[in-house]
Design a protein around this ligand. Structure first.
Ligand code: NIG
Ligand code: FE
Length: 412
């Protein structure tokens, strides 16, 4: 039997208990336990409640960690959309966009993602694993205990495999949990000898079976956009992935619509970006179980409108927020910062923001075992030295975690 630990008292323990997965939320719906404590056994939470009562009930059987200042705790954050397995830097893209070019123009002129593909192919599997785990550690310090990581800068069967294997390796070198996604359909590789359809066919025939065999990922993504692949082109790719048991997630409606409809039709777990989504797309998403994922750091990186988060929530959709950390559109890699900026620009409640980076983000990854501090969930939590949870978004990322716990262990 593993050791039991009681930690507390927390001035405020935000459990996220009972909050629904879909729709708008107000702050008075948050369950906040005053003078709260958490009882952990092994990787899991056994009980949460009043610290003194927990101590009374369990102190014979548990180690007690007593906090003597004002601290708050909430579930470990989940970053459900990143591209941190990359080589190189695209600072010049940022400068070019600000000098009058655009994300799509740079891509159409042969730069953008393709430049990162060249730099990523130049790294060995070991080197790629190393940069990935270092970035994961940066995210972990922000309180992010689960990190989705996409491939997509390999763009050939061998290079995508290298990336997915590097992500698997990286996950052994970081205390954060990495969830990998195959994004072989990120853009059409210029050096492929054939059509986009033939490229996707090769990925389906040759890459998907190896991913299954080596258990490299159970998620498949595509960038459905003018500079990448159309909804029609990706339909057979997604249909096969689904029939093989992969979860589907889509880069949808970033500049033009069509991806979100595909996500709804395919019952994808999430549709991410949605900056270009209008009333029709919002209604469609709200009517489905697809989690809408806002990526405010990409809007800040590109200088384009934010995902209509307020409208999505008011229509009844589930909203998650992620960093999209990548070298092109979102080099910032800061979750609380970018989520707090979205909150102030789009008028989101604290309950909506914190749900979007905890259990709703976990939902976007089809993970039901984390994101709330309740018995049975993983003991993943963030501790801040403050007396009021509102300070998290108020300081827009300026308040840093004091401690981060992953699966019952203090890792930061
Ligand atoms: O989510 N939009 C497509 N993919 C990434 C950007 C990738 C890149 O520009 O390197 C995104 O924004
Ligand atoms: Fe992305």
């Amino acid at each position: 039997m593993s050791k039991k630990i009681i930690i507390g008292p927390f001035k405020q323990l935000l459990t996220m208990n009972k909050l629904p997965v879909k729709g708008a939320l107000s702050d008075d719906e948050l369950e906040i336990i005053a003078a709260g404590g958490i009882l952990i056994e092994g990787e899991k939470i056994v009980e949460v409640g009043d610290f003194s009562s927990l101590k009374e009930k369990w102190s014979d059987a548990a180690e007690v960690i007593t906090l003597t200042d004002d601290y708050i705790a909430l579930p470990g954050y989940v970053d459900c959309h990143t591209h941190i397995a990359f080589g190189g830097n695209r600072a010049n893209d940022f400068a070019m966009r600000n000098a009058g070019s655009s994300y799509l123009k740079i891509a159409e002129a042969g730069g953008g993602i393709w430049n990162t593909v060249r730099d990523t192919r130049g790294l060995s599997e070991e080197e790629l694993a190393q940069v990935t785990s270092l970035r994961a550690d940066e995210l972990l310090k922000q309180g992010i205990t689960t990190i989705e990581v996409k491939s997509g800068y390999g763009l050939s069967v061998d290079e995508e495999l290298k990336t997915l294997r590097a992500i698997q390796k990286a996950s052994k070198d970081t205390n954060a949990e990495l969830i990998s996604t195959c994004l072989a359909a990120h853009t059409f590789p210029k050096d492929f000898d054939g059509s986009p359809e033939e490229y996707l066919k090769e990925i389906m025939d040759r890459l998907f079976p190896i991913i299954k065999e080596e258990k490299l990922s159970n998620r498949v993504d595509a960038f459905v956009e003018q500079s990448a692949f159309s909804a029609e082109q990706t339909l057979p790719y997604f249909e096969l992935a689904k029939s093989m048991g992969f979860d589907i997630t889509i880069h949808a409606d970033q500049f033009s619509t069509s991806g979100s409809k595909l996500a709804v039709d395919l019952k994808a777990v999430s549709a991410d970006h949605l900056e270009a989504s209008g009333e029709k797309e919002i209604a469609m998403l709200a009517d489905s179980d697809v989690v809408a994922v806002a990526l405010p750091a990409a809007s800040l990186g590109i200088g384009c409108p934010f995902t209509p988060a307020r409208k999505l929530l008011d229509a009844g959709a589930s909203l998650a927020i992620a960093t999209d950390w990548n070298p092109g559109s979102a080099p910032m890699g800061m979750l609380v910062e970018s989520a707090s900026i979205l909150a102030t620009m789009d008028k989101l409640s604290n309950a909506e923001v914190l749900s979007a980076i905890t259990f709703r983000a976990a939902h976007a990854l089809n993970l039901k075992d984390r994101g709330r501090l309740v018995p049975g969930q993983l003991a993943d939590f963030v501790i801040y030295k403050t007396d009021n949870y509102q300070n998290i978004t108020y300081f827009q990322g300026g308040l840093k975690p004091q401690e981060v716990w992953k699966s019952g262990k203090k890792v930061v």
